[in-house]
Ligand binder design. Sequence first.
Ligand code: G1P
Length: 299
Amino acid sequence: MINTAIIPVAGLGTRMLPATKAIPKEMLPIIDKPLIQYIVEECALAGITNIVLITHSSKNSIEDHFDVSFELESTLEKRVKRQLLAEVQSIVPENLSIMHIRQGKPLGLGHAILIGRKIVGNNPFAVVLPDVLINRFDCDLSSSNLFDMIHRYETTGHSQVMVEEIDLQLSESYGIVDLDSSKLAVGESEAITRIVEKPQPSKAPSNLAVVGRYVFSRSIWDMLEDTPLGLGDEIQLTDAIDKLLKHEMVEAYKIIGKSHDCGTKESYFLTNIEYILRSQRFGEEFSVKAEKLINEFST
Ligand code: G1P
């Protein structure tokens, strides 16, 4: 049974500076909630009950966000702000525990995940990267890609890596997988034959990029222990996956819907706009105002 997800949040967010000088990038808002809250909600929907945050001394506000704020709650209660109080009290989904452990050295994603071994033990687990939002806007909220990946792992025993088709020119920003067949159907999984971290477009084995969701068998731990420094002098999770697939089957799961990258300024702006436009609360009014603004610029 997979009930634990590791979320690495130790990165310094240099791509989002100066906004992230004193605020963790995971605390930047999409509409009115920090990114990390969407990620935690996605995990809860997928049946995760334990979250392990791999963190850094500059990220205390993430811990604070998921802690009870007695002062705030009693103020909202006194002012009879019931709706806000309910929103604040539901930040941590029911039955979910959040644990924190620090990554002392900036040695990359693979190293960050390996630190989680102390808490997860020799068990299978999920990894969820916090700068990618996955939302099936068109679907019932009770189903999710991560839920499907966990289900697939539990029925087959094969580790799962979420992939999405990208424009090949962007291959240097992603792990890229190689498969036996040329066409992987949406919502389906297939064996990965090779995986490469951030190849040049001319060297990319396909246009299927890893988009921040993984479900691993416990064998990944030994692969990570054994992975030397790779690209950028960091221990790359991708390199450990490439080792794993030589021992046992690792499958690429093709995302239903699309991912929303929040790791660069431009993609973060676009994600925010899309989420606002799709929001029941703000969408209609915002789209009228935004359209007016766009017309002002185009005339
Ligand atoms: C990480 C992984 C990469 C993956 C990407 C997006 O890169 O190393 O394989 O494709 O996340 O999920 P980063 O964006 O941290 O540089």
